[in-house]
Design a protein around this ligand. Sequence first.
Ligand SMILES: Nc1ncnc2c1ncn2[C@@H]1O[C@H](COP(=O)(O)OP(=O)(O)OP(=O)(O)O)[C@@H](O)[C@H]1O
Ligand SMILES: [Mg+2]
Length: 397
Amino acid sequence: MPDTTSKPILLVVDDEEGPRASLKVVFKNDFEVLLASNGKDALKLARERTPDVAILDILMQGMSGVDVLRELKALDEDIEVIMLTAYETLETARQALRHGAREYLNKPFDIPTLRSATSKALEKRRATRELKSAHKRLEELHGEIARRTDADEVGNVLHDLNNPLTVINGFVELLERQVQSVASLEGAEMEKMRGNISRVHGQVARCLEISRRYLGTRRKTDPDERTSVNEVLLDLQELLIKHPSAEGHQFTISELEEPACAAIHSTDLLRILLNLAINALQSGTASHRVEVIAQLLPSDFDSSSFLDSANERFVGRDTLAKSGQHIAISVRDNGPGIPPEVVGKLFNEQFTTKPVGKGTGIGLGSVKQLVTQAKGAVRLSTKVGQGTTFTVFLPAR
Ligand SMILES: Nc1ncnc2c1ncn2[C@@H]1O[C@H](COP(=O)(O)OP(=O)(O)OP(=O)(O)O)[C@@H](O)[C@H]1O
Ligand SMILES: [Mg+2]
């Protein structure tokens, strides 16, 4: 028995027996072919099993091909429709394009042409559906984040995920418009489009997975909190590798040589690092390098020499645990650096040098809060023209 479930569906509507029979033969290997000899039967079939592609004869007894086209599009606007036209119906065929038909071919049709038109139509249908499903998943993610009722959590998670999500969303919309406006996507163009779509898909899936994982593990404040630093670094890499801010820059991560845990919740650590890394990527316009480096510090690590000066800041001197092992994670860039008059204001709530609509200034304020809450500290060292390093110190577990 043929496996009909996995085959796309082709609806052929023609009131002549000859063309119907020959189209069935031509397409039966690649499609499940539904045949109808009039518009009414065609629509009945289409309501039972939505076709992916339809081939409609324009001139038929009863409902015309254009009427059938309109009804099919009302049923599912993404059904791809090819019209078959004779010389007398050429003007009607042009009208059909305005009603969303993909193209029209002359009757008697030439089989290779019809084959290629049909397979392109199927490609387009698949691309459109993939896009729509990417869109849907994106909305799911937005919904999921919005459903979190803990106000503080919502605000913060949105701040951190908003950036990549908004961009993905914009990208999906752009692709969607392109797919709609281009009547027929050919070869290389189609390949490119499919590539982009699957990248969007991948990124959406990753965001979903990561956010679910992090949102799912909401805490009661746990004094024994522990998080594998290397696992969070892997997630950071995945979230940032295709982040728009990373475009044109080099971004690398060096994990801990020996896996170790930090005494902090995974969500908090991811948020701290996302903020610092995105800031570093967004600093300046010229192409530069951003490195994230994690190290387990020797147990005699001493922070007493860290200064507050024109080019340095040390936040959390009082909260940092004085004994025990620490993990240091540095986010280092060779971007423009931070001028001394800005250094003093950086960790203030809502300080930003970014234009309205670009930055909220929430980033470093929440880094400070999250790090000190975990009994850690942050060190800033910067030099105009050379770059900036933020190092987060956290108790190891
Ligand atoms: N690596 C860096 N290089 C240069 N300037 C930086 C760097 N990191 C932070 N800054 C400066 O610190 C300011 C405050 O950063 P913060 O993360 O708090 O807010 P923001 O990045 O402006 O806004 P948001 O985080 O909401 O996008 C930035 O506007 C920028 O001027
Ligand atoms: Mg920021």
